[in-house]
Design a protein around this ligand. Structure first.
Ligand code: MLT
Length: 411
């Protein structure tokens, strides 16, 4: 008799964005005429940069000739891309990394989901609350939690609330924790942590032999100088932090798939008898066994993001989304709503009017003004009474959505 991994049964029925898609499809089936504007899932709408497209075309042509055809590439990524990543994303900020500390992949979602495999199941995990569901769900699947309680919290997991009351700044854990997920700039709240705040985390991790799993997928949206672009800008972080980066939100690769994870060789976790083991070696072992590398054509496209033309084009697209963020932020504020985020991130986090339940506000927005957002409670118990909109729509839809909220929504 084949047994299942019963940890999966602890999870709620469907992944948050799948549930939203289901509800929207049901509404659309009943109201085929509705002009629905989707500002729910953080998926980009603007095309890939011309420099990226040109590089991909050239790479496709290489694949058409026996002399330049490529089969399996290095599981860790091609050196031509890794060299550009290190030069532009790290060396330019005074951070020194070796080529074999960077692992190119097919997405930060896969990497943040897979990384927990190299850690012990007995580790105590802390997540900020609300949180990107992948950190939580993958640890539930692996058996690092107990059951989901009536309060919406999994037993055995440490929740670090981030609400308007604490300025969306998580407090250091009050009890023993071994692994902490931090996302800066934050998905879903759109807020960020300063260098001073991050230094507290690095010092705490060092003192507790804990690991920081630092998701920096929205780094390109940082506008304020006190927010570091990389955790490695903080002294000591190369001993305790793994950093995840993505081309998805930076350069429109959500459908194209390319990301990378930095695992410095100095980051260690321990065997039960206290021997330090470098995570770099374990992650390399995991990736070479389970992953066959990101396609050559895609990596050539990602490399072009760092060309002079690519950098300019990608920056223009990020600026475009940040203008959307300002339109949403200011529009909602003028509609009388309490709004957070959208300054260093493409997400706007709002307090639901009259403390309305997040899913009730989702339904209200969908049915009254045909706008799809994401209920804050879907990201965790501390997201209750909040709601997320993304700045990744096109300009026309973003302006139309805010116009509808201001003029047609009964708040
Ligand atoms: C989101 O909407 O939170 C993002 O699309 C998540 C992701 O990047 O997977």
């Amino acid at each position: 008799m084949a047994l299942i991994n019963e940890n999966y049964l602890k999870l709620p029925g469907s992944y948050l964005f799948a549930e939203i898609a289901r509800r929207v499809a049901a509404y659309k089936a009943e109201h085929p005429e509705a002009k629905i504007i989707r500002l729910g899932i953080g998926d980009v709408t603007q095309p890939l940069a011309p420099a990226v497209i040109t590089a991909m075309h050239a790479a496709v042509d290489e694949m058409a000739q026996a002399e330049t055809f490529r089969g399996y590439g290095p599981e860790q990524g091609y050196d031509f891309l890794i060299a550009k990543i290190i030069e532009h994303d790290y060396a330019a900020r005074g951070i020194s990394l070796a080529n074999d500390e960077v692992f190119v992949s097919d997405g930060a979602k896969s990497d943040v989901g897979n990384i927990q495999e190299i850690f012990g199941v007995a580790n105590t995990v802390a997540i900020t609350d609300p949180v990107y569901p992948v950190y939580l769900d993958t640890n539930v699947m692996a058996g690092r939690t107990g059951a989901l309680g009536d309060d919406g919290r999994f037993a055995g997991l440490v929740y670090l609330p981030c609400t308007a009351e604490n300025g969306f700044t998580p407090a250091l854990p009050a009890s023993r924790v071994d692994m902490v997920y931090l996302c800066v700039p934050n998905n879903p709240t759109g807020t960020a942590l300063s260098r001073t705040e991050l230094k507290k985390w690095v010092d705490w991790a060092k003192a507790n032999k804990a690991i920081l799993l630092y998701d920096s997928a929205y780094e390109a949206y940082i506008r304020e100088p006190q927010v570091p672009h990389s955790i490695y800008e903080v002294e000591g972080a190369q001993e305790v932090a793994v950093e995840f980066r993505s081309f998805s939100k930076t350069a429109g690769f959500t459908g194209t798939r390319c990301a990378y994870t930095v695992v410095p060789k100095a980051v260690v976790a321990y065997t039960k008898d206290g021997q330090a083991q470098p995570l770099n070696k374990l992650w390399n072992r995991r990736q070479t066994t389970k992953f066959n590398g990101t396609p050559y054509v895609i990596q050539k496209g990602a490399e072009a993001v760092y060309s002079p033309a690519g950098r300019e084009q990608v920056k223009a697209t990020v600026d475009y989304y940040m203008t959307n963020a300002a339109i949403i932020r200011e529009g909602l504020q003028s509609a009388g709503l309490e709004v957070y985020g959208g300054v260093n991130a493409p997400y706007i986090w709002l307090k639901t009017p009259n403390n309305m339940d997040s899913w009730a506000f989702f339904d209200k927005l969908l049915t009254e003004v045909n706008i799809v957002g994401t209920p804050g409670s879907g990201f965790g118990p501390s997201g209750a009474g909040y709601f997320r909109l993304t700045a990744f729509g096109n300009r026309e839809n973003t302006e139309e959505a805010i116009g509808r909220i201001k003029t047609k929504l009964s708040i």
